[in-house]
Design a protein around this ligand. Structure first.
Ligand code: DHB
Ligand code: FE
Length: 280
């Protein structure tokens, strides 16, 4: 059977992708950001996941005001990196495990989580930057990726509780897929940041660290955080953190924190990263 073995949370700041692509990772500004991912790069090389369910948000690249799916799962065989205004990043195409993606879509929808099924989509920095952070610059990504896109750009985004519940439904879907697969789930975005308006540049390290603590200590508390608290405490883009709760919900009750990294700033953002292992 397929099994979820671990979860990864990470920021997906686009400037991180540019720093990797332009060979700047060892420059004084960037080195402390990337140093915090060295542990994970070694860990994931040993873990060798077959599939990553990668929860991210599209930033008005593939979806605009015409269509705003709350939860979308990409089910086609492969995807290209999106052109976000400077041409597509020169990173490999992304290949899906389409059978598992369709199975997750069916299982979640019959489990009353009404996913939008997407068969044609280019993938922006929300998905490609985490892959670069974890795998560096390979010719091919070393595993299959199932993209799950969450609307956190246009009000109203889903509640953290709904995201957590979707994670639990994704876990039920994976556990009922009859192929021996090592599956990881990643949640991306965050941590505190606000990109526009009078509070642009807002960062709240205390709140962010408490959020990271409570992924293991009190996930029920995280489920109950209302939108207004994300906005007030973490800025308008801090709401991206609800995507981490899909990852957390999919891991079940017993987990272990293996690694944590927190650094301010990268671009306008507090970079957070955590590795959680499912305790079986
Ligand atoms: C930045 C961060 C993001 O998460 C994003 O999607 C876009 C920009 C930033 O810090 O610049
Ligand atoms: Fe973002």
């Amino acid at each position: 059977m397929a099994r979820i073995t671990a979860g990864v949370g990470t920021s997906h700041v686009p400037a991180i992708g540019a720093a990797i692509d332009l060979g700047k990772t060892q420059e004084p500004y960037w080195k402390p950001v990337f140093d915090g991912y060295e542990w994970t790069k070694k860990w994931i090389e040993a873990e060798k996941p077959d599939v990553i369910i990668l929860v991210y948000n599209d930033h008005a690249t593939a979806f605009d005001m015409d269509i705003i799916p709350t939860f979308a799962i990409a089910c086609s065989d492969s995807f290209k990196p999106a052109d976000e205004g400077w041409g597509p990043r020169k990173v490999p195409d992304i290949h899906n495990h389409a059978d598992l993606a369709w199975h997750i879509a069916q299982s979640c929808i019959l489990d009353e989580f009404d996913m939008t099924i997407v068969n044609n989509i280019d993938l922006d920095h929300g998905l490609t930057v985490p892959l670069s952070l974890m795998f560096g610059q390979p010719d091919q990504w070393p595993c299959k990726i199932i993209p799950i896109a969450v609307n956190v750009v246009t009000y109203p985004p889903p509640s953290g509780n709904r995201c957590y519940g979707l994670g639990e439904a994704i876990a039920r879907a994976v556990e009922s897929f009859d192929e021996d697969l090592n599956v990881q789930i990643w949640g991306t975005g965050g941590m505190s940041h606000q990109l526009q308006g009078p509070r642009a540049g807002l960062i709240n390290p205390d709140w962010d660290q408490k959020f990271l603590d409570n992924l293991t200590q009190d996930p029920e508390l995280l489920r109950a955080i209302p939108h207004i608290e994300y906005l007030r405490e973490t800025g308008s883009e801090g709401i991206e953190m609800v995507m981490w709760l899909i990852m957390r919900g999919a891991l079940g009750e017993k987990i272990k924190e293996l690694h944590r990294h927190y650094h301010v700033p990268a671009s306008n953002t507090a970079v957070g990263h955590i590795v959680l292992e499912k305790d079986t």
